[in-house]
Ligand binder design. Structure first.
Ligand SMILES: [Zn+2]
Length: 396
């Protein structure tokens, strides 16, 4: 059975926008995208989506579903840039937790992402059970088990986990951050990721405190680790930025996703481009924590097309990819909203190495794509990216 979905505007993303466009489906597979006039004769059935834009689903390149239960942290004021204080409060909240409600809250977050049109979510955490779509859901998740440990003792504990999961072929493992993970452990995790062909997603250059630790071994993270018994003096500060450090360790390649990427030296942007490493920006989380703004125009000028991610409910007061696009546009008003939409779709899919399945209409897995109600067909990208009104999204 052939079905044509017709709308005033179709955004294939991999090719130009089509006014009065149509998507031809056969057995739940998209077989053609063209002006409606060209497909009219082929359809057994025409479904009209008046006032809608047809487009591929969104890619959320960075989330922590298991932190959904700690959304109250993002309702409390933070001192701008005080990431260490926020981490302390998060750890205290997790310690005090009776484990009740974590999976339930994660499930609700996952459902809300699907409801707003997210088709693929990269989720970082400790518990794969928090990242399981129900059978009837269309959203797909990429779960990465996160390891960390800077002192010899804590790195050894993480290494034990790495050994324990060695034979679990479908479990991808990744590292938390350069300031929290011992040098050799970073390399071992990356080696496994490359062997498994899995994404190596790592928080990179997020805060000034991170740069302080890497440049001098001092600062708020050093104090924090010493207080918690996580500092034994074995970490040798690389005396460089985070990206330069990862490059020196041989960790930058297409399968590496540098998340946040706020504090980058211009030479580090060149390194990311040269090594074709992926980048994922989290404007909402960066704004909440007050850690700074990622240099999007400079990344774009270097040919780097970042993904966009919401990060977790503990560091972002409202989890929505539409809001992330809007905040990114507010941070960088000179960047075309059409490009920002492309970051949340096709470029995001490429950055997380899923461009064969996601990010463009023709690739929509099992024919799933979105009809998004639009109030302004004169400026559709302004409406999608800059307008704060909640989006009415229907999955097709
Ligand atoms: Zn994160």
């Amino acid at each position: 059975m052939k079905i044509v979905h017709r709308a005033p505007l179709v955004l294939p993303m991999a090719s130009s926008a089509i006014a009065d466009g149509a998507v031809l489906l056969q057995d739940d597979t998209i077989i053609k995208i063209a002006p409606f006039a060209e497909l009219q004769a082929e359809a057994g059935q025409v479904v009209d989506h008046e006032d809608c834009i047809l487009m591929p689903s969104l890619i959320n390149g960075h989330a922590h579903l298991e932190l959904s239960a700690y959304a109250s942290l993002a309702q409390q004021a933070v001192t701008a840039g005080d990431m260490v204080g926020w981490i302390s409060r998060l750890l205290a909240a997790r310690m005090a937790d009776d484990e009740g409600g974590t999976q339930e809250a994660a499930g609700q977050t996952l459902a809300s992402f699907q409801a707003e049109g997210v088709g693929l979510l990269v989720d970082i955490g400790n518990d794969p059970a928090c990242c399981q779509p129900e059978n009837n859901m269309v959203i797909e998740t990429m779960f990465l088990l996160e390891l960390l440990g800077l002192s010899a003792e804590r790195a050894a504990a993480a290494r034990t986990t790495l050994v324990d999961v060695a034979d679990t072929q479908d479990l991808a493992v990744t590292a938390h951050a350069p300031y929290s993970t011992a040098t050799s452990l970073l390399q071992e995790i990356k080696k496994r990721a490359n062997r498994m062909g899995s994404l190596f997603s790592i928080h990179v250059a997020e805060s000034q405190a991170e740069l302080d630790l890497l440049s001098s071994g001092q600062g708020a993270f050093r104090d924090f680790l010493e207080e918690r018994g996580g500092w034994d003096g074995s970490f040798q500060p690389p005396v460089s930025g985070s990206v330069a450090y990862l490059d020196k360790l041989g960790l930058l390649d297409e399968q590496t996703l540098c998340v946040h990427a706020v504090h980058l030296h211009p030479t580090e942007i060149e390194l990311l481009a040269e090594k074709r490493a992926g980048v994922c920006l989290c404007p909402g989380s960066n704004r909440f924590l007050g850690v700074g703004t990622a240099p999007l125009p400079q990344l774009l000028a270097a040919g780097i097309m970042p993904a966009i991610g919401t990060d977790s409910a503990a560091s972002n007061e409202h989890l929505s990819m539409w809001r992330e696009m809007r905040l990114l546009g507010e941070d960088h008003p000179q960047v075309d909203p059409e490009l920002i939409l492309a970051l949340a779709t096709k470029h995001g899919a490429a950055a997380v190495q899923r461009h064969a399945d996601f990010g463009a209409l023709m690739l929509s897995v099992h024919g799933h794509f979105l009809a998004v109600r639009c109030d302004d067909f004169n400026e559709p990208f302004e409406f999608l990216v800059r307008d704060a009104a909640p989006k009415e999204v229907q999955w097709l």
